[in-house]
Design a protein around this ligand. Structure first.
Ligand code: ADP
Ligand code: MG
Length: 246
């Protein structure tokens, strides 16, 4: 059976600068996989190549056996690859449930001006989605009133509205305190199992990863330097060198 995602020797060069060099790894359904590495390691560049924002200079990307190397972001999204984005400032005046409804309508390809009448049809689904991430109690609050951690959870709900098979999260825990961070990662882990999907996320801190990731890919200066379970990766001398300079 084909893996959910197969990354085969991808590289990205900007002029003479090599941001990502010959990186290969796979992600399977039911897995929470982390890409870690210091700032500038090439994590976001990798993500942009998986979601179609940028195309690799070399190498191939396969989604369940289909070559998506040159596909556009919209096509990749339609094929079931979701991505968390920061909620645009203009949506902060809307309530939590309205934001999820917008995302559900976008999946159904309804036009924005249809939003008002059509929202009645997806309110139940929006509320049930919010319930599954523990935000049902905040459904009718304007987003502008939410705590930072709750905004991050709402961004996750919005990405889930498209029922992705693979969800990409670029530094989801950035800017969070330890408690919020743990809550978000525990929730993400639960969703992977419940929704029969896979999640690939990036993170620069190792601590966040070790408690939750099933597998970890380590990048440094654009190259893959280690891959394995968190304990395997932590014990790797090259990883220790990059992270602790020992
Ligand atoms: P990370 O997400 O791991 O912190 P990035 O993927 O953002 O790292 O960046 C990797 C390297 O590529 C960095 O040195 C960055 O400056 C460089 N880089 C990223 N995007 C561009 C670009 N559009 N043009 C030139 N260099 C870039
Ligand atoms: Mg980054």
């Amino acid at each position: 059976m084909n893996p959910m995602l197969k990354v085969e020797g991808i590289s990205k060069t900007y002029g003479a600068f090599v941001a990502v060099q010959d990186v290969s790894f796979e992600v399977n359904t039911g897995e929470l996989v982390a890409i870690i590495g210091p700032n500038g390691a090439g994590k976001s560049t990798c993500f942009n190549m998986l979601s179609g924002q940028h195309h690799p200079s070399a190498g191939r990307v396969w989604l369940e056996g289909r070559d998506i190397t040159r596909a556009k972001p919209r096509e990749i999204w339609r094929m079931g690859v979701g991505r968390t984005f920061q909620i645009a400032a203009t949506y902060h005046s809307m309530t939590v449930v309205e934001n999820v409804e917008m995302a559900l309508l976008s999946r159904e390809r309804r036009l924005y001006h249809m939003w008002k009448p059509a929202s009645a049809f997806c309110r139940d689904e929006a509320l049930s989605l919010l319930d599954s991430i523990g935000m049902a109690g905040q459904a009718h609050r304007p987003c502008s009133e939410l705590a930072y951690g709750d905004i991050k959870r709402l961004e996750l709900a919005i990405a889930l509205a498209n029922r992705p098979r693979l969800l990409l999260m670029d530094e989801p825990a950035a800017g969070m305190g330890p408690r919020e961070r743990n809550e978000l990662m525990a929730l993400t882990k639960r969703l992977v199992t419940e929704r029969d999907m896979a999640v690939l996320f990036t993170e620069h801190s190792m601590d966040v990863v070790f408690a939750y990731a099933d597998r970890t890919v380590v990048l440094a200066r654009g190259k893959l330097i280690a891959e394995g379970t968190p304990p395997q990766v932590r014990a790797n001398p090259r990883v220790q060198e990059v992270y602790f300079g020992s």
